[in-house]
Design a protein around this ligand. Structure first.
Ligand SMILES: NC(=O)c1ccc[n+]([C@@H]2O[C@H](COP(=O)([O-])OP(=O)(O)OC[C@H]3O[C@@H](n4cnc5c(N)ncnc54)[C@H](O)[C@@H]3O)[C@@H](O)[C@H]2O)c1
Length: 321
């Protein structure tokens, strides 16, 4: 059995679906928080519930007792801990919420993994653990890079905790640093999704730093393949932190142009010179370690990924054009 926390979320949903298609049993936990549209979370859950090997429980992982009581009699081989409060900007609007969600929940889940002797603990970290470095690409063992956002700090804290659990309790812990994951059933708070919402509602979009930003946009199917490779990884590795990023940053304006092209409508753009606190101008993943360790090669370019996203978006919102 496999446990996925945050299974009603964007990445958790796609991972659960992939494992269920592979005939694995998946236990999913999610608190169904209201950070963004619950409708989207319910839609994802409805799809997962069509599989008979999927078992869902609504739990807030901050509650150790409830979480432990639910899991204690289950024979779980692997935990994928994806539940979190994502997002840099929201971590500065409400830092205590991000810290509670991302640190207390993490401690509870890794502690349950220890008590239950779970064979593998795979958890979501983030490119945000790399601070404002000017050293590209971002490389896993570059210790000079430290987070500048509260969100990044919460994820860095997860990595430190996982390292100590792995060392002291001989647990296999894999931290995956995701880089701007996008695609169908995505997260409405992220720019690529949020921009289309504005376009649909005839509202202008705000583009920071006059659009001079780069992101290592990584398509969801590639990310899921990477997670599955880590899940299948045999061998002695006890503690690893791994970049899961495309390794080819794209200009923000290219992403905007692809959205316009496939949606077939022009954006009204309000440019600003500023960048929100904690945001950085460029993310760029070094993919060497993922290639070596799990033989992972992201395959989807931005045009293809955005095309798939826009196609899904139009169907989901019933847009005929
Ligand atoms: N999407 C990205 O680009 C990206 C990039 C870097 C890291 N990450 C990390 O990957 C993970 C998954 O991200 P996502 O994009 O799918 O986010 P998401 O918000 O879509 O999914 C997270 C899910 O976790 C649930 N959740 C939050 N707190 C919970 C709690 N206390 N108990 C139970 N459930 C809880 C939420 O209801 C949500 O459904 C997160 O840890 C995120 O920080 C994502």
């Amino acid at each position: 059995m496999n446990l996925i926390t945050g299974c009603a979320g964007f990445i958790g949903f796609h991972l659960a679906k992939k494992l269920l298609i592979k005939k694995k049993t998946v236990i999913g936990i999610d608190s169904l928080d209201s950070y963004y549209s619950k409708d989207l979370k319910f839609t994802r859950l409805r799809i997962l519930k069509k599989f008979k090997n999927f078992h869902f429980k609504k739990i807030d992982l901050k509650n150790f007792k409830l979480t432990y009581n639910f899991i204690k009699k289950k024979n779980i081989n692997c935990i994928f801990h994806l539940a979190a409060q994502p997002g840099v900007r929201v971590s500065h609007k409400n830092p205590i919420n991000t810290l509670n969600q991302n640190i207390i929940s993490f401690i509870n889940v890794i502690e349950i993994a220890r008590i239950k002797n779970v064979k593998k603990f795979i958890y979501a970290s983030s490119s945000s653990v790399y601070g404002e470095t000017k050293v590209y690409p971002f490389t896993e063992n570059d210790n000079k890079n430290t987070p500048i956002s509260v969100y990044g700090a919460s994820k860095f804290c997860n990595e430190i905790l996982a390292k100590s659990y792995s060392k002291n309790f001989k647990m296999k812990c894999f931290g995956l640093r995701f880089f701007t994951v996008y695609g169908p059933y995505g997260r409405p708070d992220m720019a690529y999704y949020n921009f289309l919402d504005s376009l649909r509602n005839n509202k202008p979009i705000k583009v920071f730093n006059r659009g001079i930003m780069k992101r290592d946009f990584t398509y969801i199917d590639d990310v899921i393949n990477g997670i599955i490779e880590v899940y299948n990884l045999k061998g002695k590795n006890k503690y690893e932190v791994l970049n899961i990023g495309k390794g080819k940053p794209d200009n923000l304006m290219d992403m905007i142009n692809q959205l316009q092209k496939y949606y077939k409508k022009k954006f009204k753009i309000k440019y600003t010179n500023t960048i929100p606190n904690g945001d950085i101008k460029k993310t760029f993943s070094n993919t060497q370690k993922a290639k070596k360790l799990i033989n992972w090669y992201p395959k989807t370019n931005l045009a293809e990924g955005i095309k798939n996203f826009v196609q899904w978006y139009k169907i989901y919102y019933g847009i005929k054009r």
